[in-house]
Design a protein around this ligand. Structure first.
Ligand SMILES: [Zn+2]
Ligand SMILES: [Zn+2]
Length: 167
Protein backbone atom coordinates (compact mmCIF):
# COMPACT_ATOMS: atom_id res chain seq x y z
CA UNK A 1 0.00 0.00 0.00
CA UNK A 2 1.32 3.42 -0.88
CA UNK A 3 -0.79 6.34 0.35
CA UNK A 4 0.26 9.60 1.89
CA UNK A 5 2.36 10.25 4.95
CA UNK A 6 1.30 12.47 7.82
CA UNK A 7 4.36 13.70 9.70
CA UNK A 8 3.62 14.98 13.19
CA UNK A 9 6.53 16.86 14.72
CA UNK A 10 6.40 17.44 18.45
CA UNK A 11 6.86 21.07 19.52
CA UNK A 12 10.05 20.29 21.40
CA UNK A 13 11.85 18.91 18.32
CA UNK A 14 14.69 21.11 17.02
CA UNK A 15 13.60 23.37 14.16
CA UNK A 16 16.41 22.06 11.93
CA UNK A 17 14.82 18.61 11.94
CA UNK A 18 11.84 19.98 10.00
CA UNK A 19 13.93 20.21 6.84
CA UNK A 20 14.62 16.46 7.08
CA UNK A 21 11.03 15.37 6.44
CA UNK A 22 11.29 16.06 2.71
CA UNK A 23 13.19 12.75 2.52
CA UNK A 24 9.78 11.03 2.46
CA UNK A 25 9.06 12.50 -0.96
CA UNK A 26 12.64 12.37 -2.23
CA UNK A 27 13.34 8.72 -1.45
CA UNK A 28 9.92 7.07 -1.73
CA UNK A 29 7.95 9.55 -3.82
CA UNK A 30 5.20 9.64 -1.20
CA UNK A 31 3.19 12.84 -0.73
CA UNK A 32 3.43 14.20 2.78
CA UNK A 33 1.77 16.65 5.10
CA UNK A 34 3.66 18.07 8.06
CA UNK A 35 2.06 19.21 11.31
CA UNK A 36 3.77 20.75 14.31
CA UNK A 37 1.95 19.48 17.40
CA UNK A 38 2.12 19.30 21.18
CA UNK A 39 2.53 15.63 22.05
CA UNK A 40 3.52 16.28 25.69
CA UNK A 41 0.56 14.34 27.14
CA UNK A 42 1.17 11.27 24.97
CA UNK A 43 4.90 11.40 25.69
CA UNK A 44 4.38 11.76 29.45
CA UNK A 45 1.90 8.87 29.50
CA UNK A 46 4.33 6.66 27.55
CA UNK A 47 7.34 7.47 29.71
CA UNK A 48 8.92 4.69 31.74
CA UNK A 49 9.85 6.56 34.95
CA UNK A 50 12.40 3.98 36.05
CA UNK A 51 14.30 4.16 32.76
CA UNK A 52 13.66 7.85 32.19
CA UNK A 53 12.87 7.04 28.56
CA UNK A 54 9.77 6.92 26.40
CA UNK A 55 8.38 3.49 25.51
CA UNK A 56 8.22 3.80 21.71
CA UNK A 57 5.61 1.08 21.26
CA UNK A 58 3.34 2.62 23.89
CA UNK A 59 3.64 6.00 22.19
CA UNK A 60 2.67 4.49 18.83
CA UNK A 61 -0.31 2.71 20.37
CA UNK A 62 -1.47 5.88 22.08
CA UNK A 63 -1.30 7.88 18.85
CA UNK A 64 -2.91 5.24 16.61
CA UNK A 65 -6.03 7.40 16.13
CA UNK A 66 -3.87 9.95 14.29
CA UNK A 67 -2.96 7.46 11.54
CA UNK A 68 -4.48 8.62 8.21
CA UNK A 69 -7.15 6.33 6.82
CA UNK A 70 -5.10 5.47 3.74
CA UNK A 71 -1.47 6.13 4.55
CA UNK A 72 1.10 6.30 7.28
CA UNK A 73 1.83 8.32 10.38
CA UNK A 74 5.38 9.35 11.22
CA UNK A 75 6.03 10.99 14.57
CA UNK A 76 9.17 12.97 15.39
CA UNK A 77 10.07 13.49 19.04
CA UNK A 78 13.02 14.88 20.95
CA UNK A 79 12.69 12.47 23.90
CA UNK A 80 14.94 9.44 24.21
CA UNK A 81 12.98 6.33 23.23
CA UNK A 82 13.39 2.60 23.80
CA UNK A 83 11.84 -0.70 22.83
CA UNK A 84 11.87 -3.84 24.99
CA UNK A 85 15.18 -5.68 24.84
CA UNK A 86 17.25 -2.64 23.85
CA UNK A 87 18.90 0.18 25.82
CA UNK A 88 17.51 2.66 23.31
CA UNK A 89 16.31 2.89 19.74
CA UNK A 90 16.58 5.57 17.08
CA UNK A 91 13.09 4.75 15.83
CA UNK A 92 10.37 2.14 15.72
CA UNK A 93 7.72 1.13 13.20
CA UNK A 94 4.48 -0.56 14.22
CA UNK A 95 1.56 -1.35 11.91
CA UNK A 96 1.04 1.88 9.91
CA UNK A 97 2.90 4.29 12.15
CA UNK A 98 6.48 4.97 13.15
CA UNK A 99 8.36 7.17 15.55
CA UNK A 100 11.83 8.68 15.21
CA UNK A 101 13.70 10.33 18.08
CA UNK A 102 16.23 13.09 17.48
CA UNK A 103 17.71 12.59 20.96
CA UNK A 104 20.74 10.52 19.91
CA UNK A 105 21.08 12.09 16.47
CA UNK A 106 22.50 15.41 17.64
CA UNK A 107 25.69 16.71 16.07
CA UNK A 108 27.54 20.02 16.39
CA UNK A 109 27.20 20.43 12.62
CA UNK A 110 23.52 21.06 11.83
CA UNK A 111 23.93 19.52 8.35
CA UNK A 112 25.14 16.26 9.91
CA UNK A 113 22.22 16.36 12.34
CA UNK A 114 19.68 16.80 9.53
CA UNK A 115 21.35 14.00 7.52
CA UNK A 116 20.98 11.62 10.48
CA UNK A 117 17.32 12.52 10.92
CA UNK A 118 16.76 11.97 7.19
CA UNK A 119 18.30 8.49 7.38
CA UNK A 120 16.28 7.42 10.40
CA UNK A 121 13.04 8.69 8.86
CA UNK A 122 13.82 6.88 5.59
CA UNK A 123 14.63 3.71 7.58
CA UNK A 124 11.36 3.64 9.51
CA UNK A 125 9.34 4.46 6.41
CA UNK A 126 11.06 1.55 4.69
CA UNK A 127 9.69 -0.70 7.45
CA UNK A 128 6.20 0.78 7.00
CA UNK A 129 6.43 -0.06 3.31
CA UNK A 130 7.31 -3.66 4.20
CA UNK A 131 11.11 -3.67 4.12
CA UNK A 132 13.15 -5.62 6.64
CA UNK A 133 16.73 -5.02 7.74
CA UNK A 134 19.30 -5.32 4.99
CA UNK A 135 22.86 -6.65 5.42
CA UNK A 136 24.33 -4.05 3.04
CA UNK A 137 26.04 -1.34 5.03
CA UNK A 138 25.30 1.35 2.46
CA UNK A 139 21.56 0.60 2.48
CA UNK A 140 19.26 2.76 4.60
CA UNK A 141 17.64 -0.48 5.84
CA UNK A 142 20.90 -1.57 7.48
CA UNK A 143 20.22 -1.90 11.23
CA UNK A 144 21.94 0.88 13.20
CA UNK A 145 23.34 -0.42 16.45
CA UNK A 146 25.16 2.83 17.01
CA UNK A 147 25.25 6.32 15.57
CA UNK A 148 28.39 5.33 13.62
CA UNK A 149 26.26 2.82 11.69
CA UNK A 150 23.81 5.60 10.89
CA UNK A 151 26.60 7.90 9.72
CA UNK A 152 28.02 5.19 7.51
CA UNK A 153 24.87 4.16 5.71
CA UNK A 154 23.13 5.96 2.88
CA UNK A 155 19.77 7.71 2.91
CA UNK A 156 18.19 5.47 0.26
CA UNK A 157 17.37 1.76 0.01
CA UNK A 158 19.82 -0.36 -2.04
CA UNK A 159 18.71 -1.64 -5.45
CA UNK A 160 17.55 -4.94 -4.01
CA UNK A 161 15.40 -3.31 -1.30
CA UNK A 162 14.07 -0.82 -3.82
CA UNK A 163 12.94 -3.68 -6.07
CA UNK A 164 11.08 -5.22 -3.14
CA UNK A 165 9.03 -2.05 -2.62
CA UNK A 166 8.38 -1.28 -6.23
CA UNK A 167 7.45 -4.93 -6.92
ZN1 LIG B 1 14.83 -1.09 11.58
ZN1 LIG C 1 19.02 -2.98 1.16
Amino acid sequence: MRGRVLVVVDERVEGEALSAVSVVEEVYGLPLRVERSDLADHIAASTNRRRGQVDALQLLKRTESMVPERGFLLILVLSDIFVDGFNFCFGLAYRRSAVVSTFRLRHPDPRMFVERVRKEIAHELGHLLGLRHCPRRECVMYFSNSIEDTDEKGVAPCDRCRTLILG
